[in-house]
Write a protein that binds this ligand. Structure first.
Ligand code: 13P
Length: 250
C-alpha cells in the first residue's frame, strides 16, 4: 500500500512572513492526520523561516528547483547542499513552467534528479503533455519520453523518487483531468517505471496528480488506483483548501 503524498507548490507566491503564517495555519488544520505525507514547497527565500515553522511537526519542506553542480559560477541557481542545510527534504524538478519558460529539458531534469538523490533529497519529478500534444495524439509518446529520459540511469535510487503527472492544459486553468483521464496516464507512467526499474519497484513509487486539484475533486482523483496524491498549486496557498485536499487523501 503506497502512502499518499500531498505537496503544495507555492510557485512565486508568499513572502517569508506569509510562508510562516500559512504553515502555522496548515499545521493547525491537519492536526492528527498521520496517514498522508504532507510537503510544502515555498520559494527559496522563504525556506529558512518555513523550516522553523515546520519544526516539530510532520509537515515536510520542499524546494522548487535544484542545480546539478555542487557549487560554482551558476548565477541564480541553488545547490542541493544549500537546500539540505535548510532542512529541505524534497525538491520539485522539471515542472512544466520550468520547461516552458526557463529552458528545462529532459537532460537537465535527469541531471537535477541525480544531484538531488546524491544529496539525499527526494525528487518530485514532473511530467505532462501540453494541450497541443494531447490533441495531436502525442500524449503517450511525450509522457513516456519525459519519464524515461528524466529518470534515466538512476539505478536502485529510482525507488526513492516521486513522480507528478501534470497535464499542462490543466494547470491553473480550472480544467481538471477527469479521474479516468488521469488514471489512464498514471497507469502508463507506472508501466514505464516498470520498464525502467522492474514491476516491484514501480509498484512502490508514488505518482501524484497535479492540475487544478481542489477540495471538491481531490477525493475522486485520489481514489483511482494509480493516483497516490497531489501536487497542488493555487489551492495550496490557503490553509483551509490545502488541508481539505490533505484530508481527502486520508
Ligand atoms: P494548479 O493547482 O494551480 O492548477 O497548479 C498545479 C501545479 O502546477 C502544481 O505544480
Amino acid at each position: 500500500m503506497r502512502k499518499k503524498i500531498i505537496a503544495g507548490n507555492w510557485k512565486m507566491n508568499k513572502t517569508a512572513a506569509e510562508a510562516a503564517a500559512l504553515i502555522a495555519g496548515i499545521k493547525k488544520e491537519i492536526e492528527g492526520v498521520t496517514t498522508v505525507e504532507v510537503v510544502v514547497c515555498p520559494p527559496f527565500t522563504d525556506l529558512k523561516d518555513a523550516a522553523a515553522a515546520c519544526a516539530g511537526s510532520s509537515v515536510m519542506l520542499g524546494a522548487q528547483n535544484v542545480h546539478w553542480e555542487a557549487s560554482g559560477a551558476f548565477t541564480g541557481e541553488i545547490s542541493a547542499a544549500m537546500l539540505k542545510d535548510l532542512c529541505v527534504t524534497h525538491v520539485i524538478i522539471g515542472h512544466s513552467e520550468r520547461r516552458q519558460y526557463f529552458g528545462e529539458t529532459d537532460a537537465t531534469v535527469n541531471k537535477r534528479t541525480k544531484a538531488a538523490l546524491a544529496a539525499g533529497l527526494t525528487p518530485i519529478v514532473c511530467v505532462g503533455e501540453t494541450l497541443e500534444e494531447r490533441d495531436g495524439g502525442q500524449m503517450e509518446s511525450v509522457v513516456v519520453r519525459q519519464t524515461k529520459l528524466g529518470l534515466a540511469d538512476l539505478g536502485a535510487d529510482l525507488a526513492k523518487i516521486v513522480v507528478a503527472y501534470e497535464p499542462v492544459w490543466a494547470i491553473g486553468t480550472g480544467r481538471t483531468a477527469s479521474p479516468e483521464q488521469a488514471q489512464q496516464v498514471h497507469a502508463l507512467i507506472r508501466r514505464t517505471l516498470a520498464e525502467i526499474g522492474g514491476v516491484a519497484v514501480a509498484d512502490t513509487i508514488r505518482i501524484q496528480y497535479g492540475g487544478s486539484m481542489k477540495p471538491d475533486n481531490a477525493k475522486e482523483l485520489m481514489s483511482q488506483p494509480d493516483i497516490d496524491g497531489g501536487l497542488i498549486g493555487g489551492a495550496a496557498l490557503k490553509a483551509d483548501s490545502f488541508a481539505a485536499i490533505i484530508k481527502a487523501g486520508v
